[in-house]
Ligand binder design. Sequence first.
Ligand code: ATP
Ligand code: MG
Length: 397
Amino acid sequence: MKEIILCKYGEIALKGLNKSTFESVLVKNVKRRLKRFGRFDYFRSQSTLYISPLDDDIDMDEILEQVGHIFGIVKMCKAIELDKSLDAILNDTTDYLSDALEDAKTFKVEAKRADKSFPYKSPEICTELGHTILEAFPHLSVDVHNPDVVVTVEIREKNAFVNAMKFDGAGGLPVGTSGRGLLLLSGGIDSPVAGYMMAKRGVQIQAIHFEAPPYTSERARLKVERLAEEISLYCGDIAFHCVPFTDIQVAIKENCPEELFTIIMRRLMMEIAQRICEKEQLTCLITGESMGQVASQTMGAMVCTDAACHMPVFRPCIGLDKSEIVEIARKIDTFDTSILPYEDCCTVFTPKHPKTKPSLAEVESGQAQFDFEPMLAQAVENTTFKLIRCGEQNVNI
Ligand code: ATP
Ligand code: MG
């Protein structure tokens, strides 16, 4: 029996004239993701992508798991591909669906005929298959309103497909359909979640991390690379930029007012991030900030941060409580890495009493105590680059 996977698109189906662009990005993303698992045939019809394996040794549960991380797919399931005859459908369905049907109490059959020349109409297919299932599983009864299992039969041009189980997909829009942005990725809980949320809405992300050796360790950086690997399961390949930030932090500490230290540091991060965006042709910055979470995330502080850059800064966690962010971090499996204890450059030289309501004028004049430009240019120059490949786990902390 040959198994295939069906993926339903959801929101893309509503995109009118742009639908085919969204579809082709989705299919490209799926193909790229599944390449290393073997060869597949792909075809699309009625807001569904059919993935059919061409090699015998492909683990279809693994494929289903992979597809479950691809944005743009709302529902998915495995299905059996059969000869297009009522006999084949009646003979093979009960075997294939025995696990699902044994555990259920009620079921119904739905039939769809893309090929209208098939000699049996949909109600006939439903009745026949319904009887066959009831004979094989006498404990079942039919419930057309609220069944435990819906058995779906699709009659297509060449074959018939039968499936029973539907799993939730990752939802969202295909990565790459909403432009490209740069995620400021720290080792915390929030920024990986922010990257996930933007990728979910179709943004292709690159990541930038600021490190301050020897105040921050090699392990701290590896932790962030691991987080990038973890979100890459959803986001696809991630270009990872690592910026040496020590000199700048020391210069802030030595030259600027202590209570403004963090906010000036964040403004300089934004300036560097923006230059990387220009090099890489990215159009927005993304952070994991949430309103009021810490002193540098008050409205006033964020206004001062944003004044340092001309690019839009998206903060998808802005309205979430910490507990809600943690819930997402657990769902996407970044939480355990995020809580590993390694230090972040933000925790080096933190002021005792950071200003929570700084005025832009005082921040600008505090920052003007020192000419950071040569150091900013140097930091960009010395930024290192690494490609994190989707789904690969190479980092050992
Ligand atoms: P997170 O959990 O993401 O670390 P946080 O609550 O610790 O967030 P901050 O440390 O104030 O908050 O950082 C706010 C945001 O600034 C982070 O979400 C991240 O986007 C960015 N950021 C902070 N530190 C770094 C860093 N070392 N490298 C890159 N981005 C950073
Ligand atoms: Mg942090």
